[in-house]
Design a protein around this ligand. Structure first.
Ligand code: BDR
Ligand code: CA
Length: 351
């Protein structure tokens, strides 16, 4: 019997979970030389979001590699009341209703007004799929408090944060409790654009543009960062041929993934006339599951927080010209076929 099936007979998981110590991944090496670490403790910070949903399911299907402890929701693609609700729906799809707490976090960026992407992801944020009423409530407490308390209770350098949305929750936690830095193993985030231009403005990618001040705090935190930018998203595009194997799984999650991808491709076709869509957030969970599929370079990344035309731009010193110290591993290559094979294999582990 799945977690979802026996939900009414179980007490809802309360409070934060004590996090087990996990091994470190060397972040100074090229990604392709790194070995995946089994059962990495991960907290996913997210604004679901169509691609967030696929990314979360990908991570939950990889329970041999990733120990996903919680989802923390933030405002982004749609307002917070929808992102936290969608996060609870996604865990239901994965059969994790009672074993994966969802915390609601910040309802708006640190400084700016919230800009959403409801035009892309639909009014609900999960265009393309039929949504049910979530089977269980939010976990009590604010996501930022959960992050602070959980990280403080964790072993040094043991927890990975996977960020799939604006960085508001994480920046707030790092500002309120700078000591949590020492408990983080790595921050693996989808955001930014360098070799590709922006997708919300000519200069900026959506997640960084929505809360550039938060991104600046995170990039200057000193925590090892891995960036899965737009540059890599466009190198693993979703196409009808890549969607078909998910539909043939014939499972609930396989169908959800196929339906969402179909809606993403339809949007791009309507807008740009091409039958393919960038693969965004799942590259971040994909990196955690199998970093050997990716390559990148240690670089300095600064965030434009004041530019009139360039707000939210990620300024990447690819050649080391500035002399500024590297603060992130910037991924710019992906084995796209290997990525889709890994995605399908892990979605196939779910109901
Ligand atoms: C990012 O923006 C959001 O719309 C997606 O969910 C993804 O996290 C891509 O720019
Ligand atoms: Ca997202």
């Amino acid at each position: 019997m799945s977690d979802t099936d026996d939900f009414p007979r179980r007490a809802f998981l309360k409070g934060s979970l004590a996090l087990a110590a996990g091994a470190l991944l060397p972040t100074t090496a090229w990604a392709s030389t790194m070995n995946p670490t089994p059962r990495r403790p991960v907290i996913i910070d997210t604004d679901p979001g169509q691609d967030d949903a696929i990314a979360i399911l990908f991570a939950l299907g990889a329970s041999d590699r990733l120990d996903v402890r919680a989802l923390t929701a933030v405002a982004g693609n749609v307002p917070l009341d929808l992102t936290e609700r969608n996060a609870r729906i996604i865990r239901d799809w994965a059969g994790r209703t009672t074993t994966l707490p969802v915390y609601a976090g910040c309802p708006r960026p640190l400084v700016r007004e919230l800009v959403t992407a409801a035009n892309v992801h639909g009014k609900t944020g999960l265009e393309g799929v039929t949504l049910h009423e979530p089977l269980a409530p939010l976990a009590p407490g604010h996501a930022v408090n959960y992050l602070i308390e959980t990280l403080r209770a964790a072993a040094p350098h043991s927890v990975t944060i996977c960020s799939l949305g604006p960085l508001t929750n994480l920046a707030t936690a790092l500002t309120e409790a700078p000591d949590i830095r020492d408990h983080l193993s790595e921050i693996v985030l989808m955001g930014g654009a360098f070799f590709e231009r922006g997708n919300i403005t000519p200069a900026a990618e959506f997640n960084v543009y929505v809360d550039p001040q938060a991104a600046q705090i995170v990039f200057s935190s000193g925590v090892p960062i891995v960036v899965l930018p737009r540059d890599v998203a466009v190198k693993a595009p979703i196409t009808p041929a890549r969607i078909a194997p998910f539909r043939t799984l014939g499972t609930r999650c396989g169908t959800v993934v196929a339906d969402i991808m179909t809606a993403e491709v339809a949007y791009q076709k309507g807008r740009h006339g091409v039958e393919e869509a960038p693969m965004y957030d799942p590259t971040a969970t994909g990196y955690l599951i199998d970093p050997t599929l990716f390559k990148g370079r240690q670089v300095n990344v600064e965030i434009e927080t004041t530019g009139e035309w360039t707000l939210g731009e990620t300024v990447v010193d690819w050649t080391g010209h500035s002399g500024r110290a590297p603060n992130a591993l910037w991924i710019n290559e992906v084995d796209a076929d290997g990525f889709y094979a890994a995605l399908r294999a892990n979605i196939a582990n779910l109901p």
